[in-house]
Design a protein around this ligand. Structure first.
Ligand code: UD1
Length: 337
């Protein structure tokens, strides 16, 4: 490791949505970063120029071993993976390969290379349909789709590996990630979005003509699904704090929900979009989407207690504003192309 206790950080998936924001947060905080991304869903332009970039697969052990040695990597933030829940239902083996098997290989490379700290993108989907909301980290893990199962299996591997080798880990369970870098440097850019706020932003910019509301007969105040939306830049900051905590306490691991502890319904989200633009988008009521729980809200007392992390953009209108600004940028860029 270089710089005393400031190792170089490898960020897998650093060309993707959340990973690119983590690279920004790390570089802003003065960390040296090397990104590994296969660019299947990520974009080379999304990688901050302050980071080194290696195009390749996390399961390519020879490549990862070389990058760890050459860049003196002491910590890995692992974002690379597949994230589309319905796709995981029709192609489960893709999810077990990309999220579980590939991570096993990356972990082996980390152990062999002497990497001391590992932070993993886990998900609220590991809980399945919660018995109680807000959800604590020790709630039952009962994923209802292969995506959640593939991530939970990786959490189990991490616990076993950390018990057997000199490496500690953070498993950060994200709730609904949205928004974009407030400075306009990155945002959600993958085509074929299914996320509510991204879909709504596309409706605002004319990329689509309406937003579907998937069911209004849920057991929630207005009948539409409730989620805990977290700004991607706050989530990126949580990773930087988790990394500092893992370095400071090498005997400790962290399994933490990442959310604000406040839920918003689909209707509340769409109202926020209308409020921000001052122009209503068309809403169409459709039947429920398969596998959607009524409400997913984080109990975030553990992250607030364990890390000095404090949200800076915990406001639905801010999240929507940043998402819209990025969407506008994409539309203008594509118009020039
Ligand atoms: C899911 C996963 C999450 C994953 C994310 C990305 C679960 C429990 N959560 O989040 O881990 O990271 O997908 O793939 O599996 N909605 C509409 N209209 C739309 C889109 C969404 O009404 O056009 C509703 C949904 O029914 C839901 C809410 O909006 O109630 C949020 O949906 P979405 O943004 O797709 O995220 P999740 O399904 O909650």
């Amino acid at each position: 490791m270089s710089d005393g206790n400031r190792p170089t950080v490898m960020v897998t998936g650093g060309a993707g949505y959340i990973g690119s924001h983590a690279v920004l947060a790390l570089a802003d905080a003065g960390w040296r970063v090397v990104v590994v991304d296969n660019l299947v869903t990520g974009f080379r332009w999304a990688v901050d120029p302050r980071a080194s970039f290696v195009e390749g697969a996390i399961e390519d052990a020879a490549l990862i071993g070389r990058v760890i040695a050459e860049h003196d990597v002491g910590a890995i933030l692992h974002f690379a993976g597949s994230v589309v829940v319905p796709e995981s239902v029709v192609d489960p083996l893709k999810y077990y390969r990309n999220n579980t098997v590939a991570t096993r290989s990356l972990l082996e490379s980390a152990v062999i290379g002497g990497v001391r700290h590992f932070i993993f993108s886990s998900t609220a989907a590991t809980y399945g349909i919660p018995e109680t909301v807000p959800i604590r980290e020790d709630a039952p893990k009962a994923p209802i789709n292969p995506y959640g199962a593939s991530k939970l299996m990786t959490e189990w591997m991490l616990a076993d590996v950390a018990a057997a080798h000199p490496i500690n880990y953070g498993a950060l369970r994200y709730f609904n990630v949205a928004g974009a870098d407030p400075a306009g440097r990155s945002g959600q850019s993958t085509a074929g979005a299914t996320h509510l706020i991204k879909v709504a932003a596309e409706a605002v910019t004319g990329v689509r003509d309406h937003v579907a509301i998937f069911g209004n007969d849920y057991n929630t105040l207005d009948g539409t699904g409730v989620r805990d939306y977290i700004h991607v830049s706050d989530l990126a900051d949580a990773h930087v704090h988790a990394l500092e905590a893992l370095i400071a306490n090498p005997g400790d691991n962290l399994t933490l929900n990442c959310g604000y502890g406040r839920g918003y319904s689909v209707i509340e989200v769409l109202d926020a979009v209308d409020r921000v633009t001052n122009r209503p988008i068309e809403r169409r009521l459709l039947p429920r989407r398969a596998g959607d729980p009524d409400a997913l809200v984080a109990d975030n007392s553990a992250i607030l207690a364990r890390l000095p992390w404090r949200p800076k953009r915990a406001d639905l209108d801010l999240i929507v504003t940043d998402a819209l600004r990025w969407q506008q940028h994409l539309v203008e860029r594509d118009a020039q192309a």
